[in-house]
Design a protein around this ligand. Structure first.
Ligand code: GRF
Length: 206
C-alpha cells in the first residue's frame, strides 16, 4: 500500500525549541505525516538548532543585522523555504514579526503557537500577563498567522487551570506541556487536509 504524501514543513525558532522537539518526535513515531525539511533561526545560539541537528534536519541561521529591514529578511526566508520545497511553515518560539512578503509566499500556510488563550494576552510574556491579570483558566493557541500580532484564525486551543499554588513559572510550564500536544496535532490536521478557513473561522473535518 502506498503511503499518503507527507506535508513538507519548516520550523522557524529563536529559542529552546521544545515545540520543535515535539514536532520532531511526532514525525519520528509516525503520528505526524510530515517531513521536516529545514529549521531556520535568527539566533545562532538557539538550542532549537542543536535539536534539529541531532535529528539530522538541515539548519540555517539568518542574522537580521545582515538585512536592510524586515521585508528583505523575509524575502530571503521565503527564498530559502521555497528552495527547500517547503509547503507550510511553523513558527515555534520565533521572536520576529513576519511580514506580508513571507505570508504571500505561503498563503494560509504559516502557523504559530501562542502561550495564551487568544485573543486574550497577545504579545510577549503572555503567560505572565495572564497570571498577573488573575485569570482562572489560562492556556495556549495554535493559529494561522496573518499580518497582525497573534491575530490570525484560531485552529486549536487548550485550556490550563490556574492553581492557587501557581507562580508565573509553574503556570508557564503547564501551558508548555499543552503546547507540545496541540501544535503537532494542528500540523497533523493541516497535513491531512482537514483545516478549512472561511472568513476568520477555521473548520475542522471529523
Ligand atoms: C512557547 O511558549 C511558545 O508558545 C512561545 O515561545 C515559547 C517557545 O518555546 N511563542 P520553545 O522554544 O518551543 O521551547
Amino acid at each position: 500500500m502506498s503511503e499518503a504524501p507527507k506535508l513538507k514543513i519548516a520550523v522557524l525558532a529563536s529559542g529552546s525549541g521544545s515545540n520543535l522537539q515535539a514536532i520532531i518526535d511526532e514525525i519520528a513515531c509516525g503520528i505526524l505525516p510530515a517531513e521536516l525539511r529545514l529549521v531556520i533561526s535568527d539566533k545562532p545560539s538557539a538550542y532549537a538548532l542543536q535539536r534539529a541537528q541531532a535529528a539530522n534536519v538541515p539548519t540555517k541561521v539568518l542574522l537580521p543585522a545582515e538585512f536592510a529591514g524586515r521585508e528583505a529578511y523575509d524575502a530571503e526566508l521565503a527564498r530559502l523555504l521555497q528552495a527547500a520545497d517547503v509547503e507550510a511553515v511553523a513558527l515555534a518560539g520565533y521572536m520576529r514579526l513576519v511580514t506580508p512578503t513571507l505570508l504571500q509566499a505561503f498563503p494560509h500556510r504559516v502557523l504559530n503557537i501562542h502561550p495564551a488563550l487568544l485573543p486574550s494576552f497577545p504579545g510577549l510574556h503572555a503567560q505572565r500577563q495572564a497570571f498577573e491579570y488573575g485569570v482562572k483558566v489560562a492556556g495556549c493557541t495554535v493559529h494561522f498567522v496573518d499580518e497582525g500580532m497573534d491575530s490570525g484564525p484560531i485552529i486549536l486551543q487548550a485550556p490550563v487551570p490556574v492553581l492557587d499554588t501557581d507562580d508565573a513559572d509553574s503556570l508557564a510550564a503547564r501551558i508548555l506541556e499543552q503546547e507540545h500536544i496541540i501544535y503537532p496535532l494542528a500540523l497533523r490536521l493541516l497535513a491531512e487536509g482537514k483545516l478549512h478557513i472561511i472568513g476568520r473561522k477555521v473548520y475542522i473535518d471529523e
